[in-house]
Design a protein around this ligand. Structure first.
Ligand SMILES: Cc1cc2nc3c(=O)[nH]c(=O)nc-3n(C[C@H](O)[C@H](O)[C@H](O)COP(=O)(O)OP(=O)(O)OC[C@H]3O[C@@H](n4cnc5c(N)ncnc54)[C@H](O)[C@@H]3O)c2cc1C
Length: 492
């Protein structure tokens, strides 16, 4: 059973219980640094700044770029872009991918530099039954390792292991209070944040300090980590309205990169090509990077919403207002990982370790990689505001903060990590966050709006364009399929 399924099932079964009954010497790896955006394309190949009602002049293709128009140029070699490009190429279309990074995969990023496949972006196939990513994994014979979220050892703030009773209480409090918050939100005539709704319920049914810690921990690990946003950002009406696949969650034994490499086979991908401007006319589209100008019949833009929200690409003419407004409403969340590689295993066998600390949202959940892959690695997760705060700190400070919590849990004699990997997804210039979420004021229709083509010339894919399964790898994959089919219908 997946974590989301687990949460929903509990919600369904517990709603009838009355609320009154109730009361997470280092070999330094350089941090991820923002990559410099290349200078503007050579003005001699740049389009003229046309007035809105003046026909736009397309820049001419320059040396180093291909002057023969492609059928489709895909911007971004994440799962959405790779899936779309494969689909189009297999139908005989001429496809080129321009990718800003020096690697493919985007928010799938398996780091093998420590000799262990560490997924610094996505880790799990969420729900393997009917999931297209599970089908691709099956097709290529990838080995999956299933995760049991019930296999959890929690600790209190003093580092004592939580008893079975307190473990059950965490889940009971979460389900009752989230459900009551949901009911409260639905009784309001405007959307509000999940935290505002929870606060209203907590005012009516106050909790003592111990139960407050439990519910803060539960909201952080079960909701904020899942949606990569703080509960005071999430829409109480819509935060969890997406669909899910059944079945267990699974990770890839050799890392998520397995899927990416498979999808990238035989594609023409130009790395280190940051698309800066996209200029469309009635007949074609021009994509401008520092290296030159590329022309195509259509462009498929798969860059993350964080990049679009910061105008990382200039569109000429500008994108429709409805689209910009939808982009402004959805949120781009943050979830970061701190992978600590130890000389030896000193922790429990449980798949997940939870820390119910004094302060909400700080180092509350750890993945025991030893339980899944047999490697002496713990991965600490942080989301939302705390994750953004940590990003401003040095690697040494982040590792020290992580170790402070682990020493609370396992004592002062545990060894320092021998190596580590730290993500900073909010600062990543080709993502500006981990994945999208429905912020207060946003609705699921916003995902539909972001999926709409513009003038049958510009097409869009990516997790943020998939209303049913946003914020996931399978959502990105399905969006790539959908966009490829839209283009194929047009080009036939
Ligand atoms: C820490 C973390 C954990 C996650 N965990 C899971 C999980 O367990 N399971 C799950 O299903 N999902 C998870 N996700 C979400 C999942 O990774 C994403 O939803 C999915 O990978 C998005 O794919 P995409 O193709 O839409 O975007 P991306 O993978 O971001 O691809 C977009 C590409 O566009 C490129 N690009 C950006 N700007 C430009 C430009 N100007 N020019 C050219 N190229 C550009 C980027 O470099 C990138 O390669 C996680 C994400 C993160 C960050």
């Amino acid at each position: 059973m997946s974590r989301r399924e687990f949460l929903k099932l509990l919600l369904a079964t517990l709603t009838s219980i009355p609320l009154s009954a109730c009361a997470d010497a280092l070999d330094l790896q350089p941090p991820l640094q923002p990559t410099d955006i290349p200078p503007a394309a050579d003005p001699s190949v740049a389009p003229q700044n046309a007035a809105p009602d003046t026909p736009l002049m397309l820049p001419t293709a320059s040396a180093g770029s291909n002057s023969a128009p492609w059928d489709v140029i895909v911007v971004g070699a994440g799962v959405a872009g790779l899936c779309a490009a494969q689909t189009l190429q297999q139908k005989g279309r001429r496809v080129l991918i321009l990718e800003a990074r020096d690697r493919i995969g985007g928010r799938i990023w398996t780091d093998n530099s420590a000799g262990i496949p560490l997924d610094l972006g996505a880790s799990w196939i969420h729900g393997v039954r009917g999931n297209p990513i599970a089908a691709v994994a099956d097709q290529q014979g990838a080995t999956l390792v299933f995760t049991d979220y019930d296999d959890m050892q929690r600790f209190d703030a003093a580092g004592e292991k939580l008893s079975g009773d307190l473990d059950r209480r965490v889940e009971m409090l979460l389900d009752r209070y989230i459900e009551r918050a949901r009911e409260y939100a639905e009784s309001q005539n405007h959307d509000l944040s999940l935290q505002s709704a929870l606060d209203a319920v907590l005012r009516a049914y106050p909790l003592d300090i111990h139960d407050m810690r439990l519910i803060n921990y539960a909201v952080n690990t079960a909701v904020e980590h899942e949606y990569a946003a703080d509960s005071d950002q999430l829409s109480a009406w819509y935060f969890d309205t997406q669909k899910e696949f059944d079945g267990n969650d699974a990770i890839f034994k050799r890392g998520y990169r397995t899927i990416v490499d498979f999808l990238a086979q035989n594609l023409d991908i130009r790395l280190n090509h940051v698309v800066q401007r996209i200029v469309s006319s009635n007949s074609r589209v021009a994509l401008i990077a520092a290296q030159g100008v590329w022309h195509a019949q259509t462009a498929l833009i798969t860059v993350p919403p964080g990049v679009l929200q910061r105008d990382g690409i200039t569109f000429e003419p500008p994108l429709p207002a409805a689209r910009q407004q939808a982009l402004g409403r959805i949120g781009m969340g943050v979830l970061n990982k701190c992978c600590l590689i130890f000389p030896e295993v000193f922790w429990d066998d449980a798949t997940l370790l939870g820390y119910v600390g004094e302060r909400k949202g700080e180092w509350a959940e750890w993945l025991n990689v030893n339980a899944l892959l047999g490697a002496p690695v713990l991965i600490g997760f942080n989301a939302g505001a705390y994750a953004r705060t940590l990003e401003t700190q040095s690697d040494a400070q982040i590792v020290a903060a992580a170790m402070h919590t682990l020493r609370r849990m396992y004592g002062n004699t545990i060894p320092n990590p021998s190596d580590y990997r730290i993500t900073r997804w909010a600062a990543d210039p080709f993502a500006f966050g981990a994945y999208s979420f429905l912020a207060v004021g946003a609705t699921p229709e916003d995902y539909d709006t972001l999926a709409q083509p513009v003038d049958n010339r510009l097409f869009f894919a990516g997790e943020h364009t998939q209303r049913d399964y946003p914020a996931t790898v399978h959502g990105a994959y399905l969006s790539g399929k959908r966009a490829a089919n839209e283009i194929l219908r047009l080009l036939k």
